[in-house]
Design a protein around this ligand. Sequence first.
Ligand code: GLP
Length: 263
Amino acid sequence: MEIVMTESPAEAAECVAKEILNALKAKPSLVLGLATGSTPIEVYERLRAAQAAGEADFSQVRTFNLDEYLDLPAGHAQSYRTFMEVHLFEGLGIPPEQIHFPPSEGKNLIQRCQDYEDAIVAAGGIDIQLLGMGRNGHIGFNEPTSSIRSRTRIKTLMERTLRDNARFYAEGEEQPTLASTMGIGTILDARRILLQAYGLKKANAVRACVEGPVSSFFPASALQLHPNTTCFFDPEAGQYLAMTDYYRATRANKQALADSGRM
Ligand code: GLP
């Protein structure tokens, strides 16, 4: 894992957006794995700004979202599809048939979760997967004890996750307790993974993810098994890490090797 200690979420978002935009230049039909939540919003703002300025063309991009609530009515304000429309897709120019979500209603859910896996494979696999992280270490909606080799499936959400997300629902409004999510195995198949975590409320999770043991009890720790993951933290989220000096030195050395044309 590469750990990038940034000064602020804005600096991190700049790095992540830059990497996506560079990858898009190199491969116009880029396959993106996308996340919801407050964490990636600044990245999405930068992607939209690049498109609006005529610096990026998303018309061939294919997207696969990590997860979706089950049985929210179409167009519900809290569905992840609505979130993505509002924060990224609106006006970005990706044809609707190139935008994919795991199943969110109806029958044959096992088969349709498999269809989602098949669609990712048919697209050639995910080039860049964006990730945030829940305070209990979930990635997508892979709650603690999710198998490290799990694939897209329906998960029951934990009480703590429901509490964390309750702020988005009106009082008395029913909150879904089930969701479809890419599995940890699905996520680990991505060629590149960019994880972001910000703020004091994520500090314990960041330490467990990076410096704790690999355990299905803390799903984000499975990223330690991925050969090409970079994690971006702000000072608050990174404050319990034991090896921040080493992470900074590693980053500086990598930059120096790149600057001298040796890497
Ligand atoms: C939700 C999503 C995750 C996301 C997490 C963190 O539970 N399913 O994909 O990473 O929330 O959200 P936030 O970025 O708002 O902290």
